[in-house]
Design a protein around this ligand. Structure first.
Ligand SMILES: [Zn+2]
Length: 58
């Protein structure tokens, strides 16, 4: 999995800690900051996954 902005690759553990989803885009914390978005305004990758599961009714 990669950051859609800078293309940096997330390792398995980094994905949970450093990947964020904002407006449908997966990005790293650094790109989030560059866009002026607070991490609190974005979903963490983990939270995003849980949200997707909820939508599927699992
Ligand atoms: Zn990035």
């Amino acid at each position: 999995m990669k950051c859609e902005k800078c293309g940096i690759e997330f390792k398995e553990q980094e994905k949970r800690e450093k990947a964020f989803v904002w407006q449908g885009q997966t990005m790293c914390e650094e790109c989030l900051f560059k866009m002026g978005v607070s991490p609190e305004d974005a979903l963490t990758w983990t939270a995003f996954q849980h949200e997707q599961e909820d939508k599927r009714g699992i």
